[in-house]
Design a protein. Structure first.
Length: 347
């Protein structure tokens, strides 16, 4: 990045960078995590932050642990540099007395640390939040939230510049994958010319990025495909064809022997968004009885801000991509989503 490009760093990042760095330098043991059903921005950002903190070690910072959280890291991401070192534990399986700093990334609310039960952070544990979701509730002692950035990985790139971190191939690969995926391959709203400049700088440091993308995108299993077939054969068209919803009951998942890890609501809603006639789309999956995961997408996040729908139902996300989980019978959950969508978007 050139000095001209650096001048475009968000004032919020410039303000928070020294505060976060000071806490890292004081910490003895630092916790990082991946949010439930982690995406590459969650995994890549956690790994990049770990490498950066280790680089800061000479300036005084403690050891770093990354936990997988509620969900196993998808096999499609296990080739990201450092992924093999992620600890297969959730938040409640840790002895938190061993940590004094928790940097929570790419998580719009505390429930994105774990959905297994309500989160209560112990008083001794300093919480720093780094995120780009406009629905972030600011639940940390320090909150670096920049919704104008399309990925948490892009926030980290600028944060690392402020900290004078050397962008190694390992850091570059993880940040690149976070940016590439959260921008939908540089297609989504929020992607700017500066995003491309940052991606170019990262690609120069990680020239094997085509292989990174290929290994991620060409890793689906027969069970993944079985789920896609089931979900795409269960599409309901609502509100005169303006809203599409794919609904997959738990019984159907059992019938096809599909595991939760093979059921990606985000993948289905992303496919449905490509259909020209729909303004808003969603995927609804009953992963277990009375646990319903929703993923929402829209082509135009300004005209149809799906984060409003997700937030109204207890979730969060972006204007064009958001989600939530409802703990209720499937038909009740579906009715709640349809009713709220009708209210919010005048459908």
């Amino acid at each position: 990045m050139t000095s001209d490009t650096a001048s475009d760093i968000s004032p919020i990042i410039r303000e928070k960078a020294p505060l976060i760095l000071s806490e890292i330098q004081k910490a003895k043991s630092i916790l990082l995590h991946c949010h439930p059903s982690p995406d590459p921005d969650s995994v890549g950002s956690a790994l990049a932050m770990r490498f950066a903190i280790e680089q800061l070690g000479e300036r005084g910072s403690g050891k770093v642990t990354i936990i997988a959280g509620d969900s196993a890291i998808p096999q499609a991401f296990m080739h990201f540099p450092g992924a093999a070192d992620i600890v297969a534990k959730n938040f409640f399986e840790l002895d938190l007395s061993g940590f004094d700093l928790f940097i929570v990334q790419d998580s719009s609310k505390a429930e994105m640390v774990s959905k297994l039960k309500p989160i209560e952070f112990p008083e001794h544990l300093k919480i720093i939040v780094i995120d780009h979701h406009n629905s972030n509730s600011g639940y940390g002692a320090i909150n670096l939230v920049e919704p104008s950035y399309p990925a948490t990985a892009q926030v980290l790139f600028d944060l690392f510049w402020e900290w004078k971190i050397k962008i190694t191939p390992e850091i570059a690969a993880n940040l690149f994958m976070g940016i590439y995926t959260d921008t939908g391959g540089f297609k989504y709203t929020g992607t700017t010319s500066r995003t491309f400049m940052i991606a170019s700088a990262l690609a120069a440091k990680a020239p094997d990025f085509p292989q990174l993308i290929s290994a991620m995108e060409n890793s689906i299993t027969l069970q993944d495909l079985a789920f896609q077939g089931l979900a795409l054969s269960s599409i309901e068209s609502l509100f005169a064809g303006r809203f599409a919803l794919s609904v997959v009951p738990f019984a159907k998942m059992q019938e096809k022997n599909i595991e939760d890890e093979n059921a990606s609501a985000g993948m289905i809603s992303s496919i449905l968004r490509r259909i020209g006639s729909f303004d808003i789309v969603g995927a609804c999956i009953e992963t277990e009885p009375n646990v319903i995961k929703f993923s929402f997408r829209s082509k135009d996040g300004n005209a149809y801000d799906v984060s409003k729908l997700a937030v109204a139902l207890g979730g969060g996300g972006h204007k064009a991509a958001a989600g939530t989980t409802l703990n209720m019978p499937l038909e009740e959950a579906k009715k709640a989503v349809v009713a709220k969508a009708k209210e919010l978007y005048n459908l």
